[in-house]
Design a protein around this ligand. Structure first.
Ligand code: ARG
Length: 469
């Protein structure tokens, strides 16, 4: 059997062959080739630093940069020839570089190990992914704020225990999601400085004897921080875990919104009409319009949570420093990244096109007796102890239910049968729009409070757009 080890870039000390089964088991190219552009950026920065430190000559640096640029084009044009026999993205690129420019290609790895190299590539990848999520979050928030403004006066039942509770404005309901997403955005912002740290210069685990300048590498890469401990630098993946946690939180929020879309599109609710582009039919039941997009967002959430737990579990018993187990970090992150980006984008599209059925929302308000609290408060304001007012209102609701009408559809006479405290002005109080307007407490569903939220979001969106505010 031909000795494959001697062909490996690390094969110097090996004499026996490697089986193709082991080769395919240990290769990571399937996943880390998606980090090729980050690997090339890291190599460019490393090469420049080596030249600045006189470890490479100017000519060698020129050759290396030209070779790396050629490879970048091949990767971008999708014509780079990946060889799984070369194990991973780093070896593939190094081999191609050496084929292209000869000996200088072999000098690029001076003072560097795949351990600090892969940590850097992954940090750059995670940082870019997280920044993309922020952009997608911003877009979804902007859609929600637009829809909220459009529906400042649309009312629907607010629920607790999924039972109709009190009327709220649709704007307030939609902005609740915008608030959650803004915190998700902030969570990423807070994590980014911990993600954007350059580990290059840690080498295998202990640092190196070469006079490297890790700060210069970090500067070249546009990251502000440099590792402080080489063992930590090559062996922690907390930065990816933090991003996966942020991703999980985003998905949890999107899944709740998805759940509402699913409920609201059910004819039993009938609050929304799904845009056809975001629904599918049934192959057997012609009447159906299924909310598959929202269901898939809800479904993908499980996958993202799972990947967070998968990587936590992979890491939990690893002794310092690098262990090959850690190669299992990229697949879950890349998969989660795909799910989060797609879910945020598809939700923004769907939310911008959903039609809200205001008359069905109003019907649900009436049917759910959502102005009962108003009546109880009305009686209490006229001197009836609240407990009694609450009880009496319950009796009035039961009476109206029996008659099959809403509270405001009872006559004044009928109402007065229950209490002489009730007068004509009760109908003013029972009005749903007024009930919402009265809830102008800070952060409440009243129009002033909703307006304040919209204004705050507008300022925030302007700032995130690079505006001057
Ligand atoms: N493919 C490896 C990974 O993703 C690269 C680092 C390999 N280092 C090593 N010492 N074998 O983790």
């Amino acid at each position: 059997m031909k000795n494959i080890h001697t062909q490996k870039l690390w094969g110097g000390r090996f004499t026996a062959g490697i089986s193709s089964m082991v080769e395919s088991f240990t290769q990571s190219l399937d996943h880390d080739r998606f980090l090729a552009l980050q690997d090339l950026a890291g190599s460019r920065a490393h090469a420049r630093m080596l030249a600045a430190q006189k470890i490479l000559t100017r000519q060698e640096l020129e050759n290396i940069l030209q070779g790396l640029d050629q490879i970048r084009k091949e990767v971008e044009q999708d014509c780079f020839e990946w060889d799984p026999g070369l194990e991973d993205v780093h070896m593939n690129i190094e081999k191609r570089l050496t084929d292209l420019i000869g000996e200088p290609g072999q000098k690029l790895h001076t003072g560097r190990s795949r351990n600090d190299q892969v940590a850097l590539d992954f940090r750059l990848y995670v940082s870019q992914a997280a920044a993309e999520w922020q952009e997608d979050i911003r877009e979804l928030i902007s859609v929600l704020v637009n829809r909220a403004e459009e529906h400042a006066r649309t009312l629907l039942p607010g629920y607790t225990h999924l039972q109709p509770a009190q009327p709220v404005s649709l704007a307030h309901h939609l902005l609740a999601y915008a608030q959650m997403l803004r915190r998700d955005h902030q969570r990423i912002e807070n994590a980014l400085p911990r993600i954007r740290v350059s580990p290059l210069g840690a080498a295998a685990l202990a640092g190196t004897t070469y006079p490297l300048d890790p700060s210069m590498v970090a500067g070249e890469l546009g990251v502000s921080e440099v590792f402080s401990n080489s063992m930590d630098a090559v062996s922690d993946r907390d930065f990816a875990l933090e991003a996966l946690f942020a991703a999980s939180m985003i998905m949890m929020h999107l899944s709740r919104l998805g759940e509402e879309i699913i409920l609201w599109s059910n004819p039993g609710f009938g609050f929304i009409i799904l845009p056809e582009a975001y629904a599918t039919g049934s192959s057997i039941m012609p009447q159906k319009k299924n909310p598959d997009v929202a269901e898939l967002v809800r479904g993908k959430t499980g996958g993202v949570f799972g990947r967070l737990v998968a990587l936590l579990t992979t890491m939990k018993a690893l002794p310092l420093t690098y262990n090959r187990d850690m190669q299992e970090d990229k697949e879950p992150f890349i998969q989660a990244h795909i799910s989060v980006s797609a879910s945020l984008q598809v939700m923004a599209g769907m939310m911008s096109e959903i039609r809200f059925d205001e008359s069905n929302m109003l019907k649900a308000l009436k049917k759910g007796y959502l102005n009962s609290t108003e009546l109880a408060d009305y009686l209490a304001a006229r001197g009836m102890p609240f407990r009694r007012a609450h009880h009496l209102t319950g009796q009035i609701v039961a009476f109206a239910e029996e008659k099959g009408v809403a509270l405001e559809d009872l006559s004044l006479r009928e109402l007065q049968e229950f209490s002489r405290l009730i007068e004509q002005d009760v109908f003013h109080v029972l009005d749903y729009q007024r009930a919402v307007e009265r809830r102008n407490s800070p952060g409440g569903t009243g129009p002033d409070s909703v307006d304040r939220q919209v204004q705050a979001f507008r300022l925030w969106l302007d700032r995130k757009n690079g505006g001057s505010v």
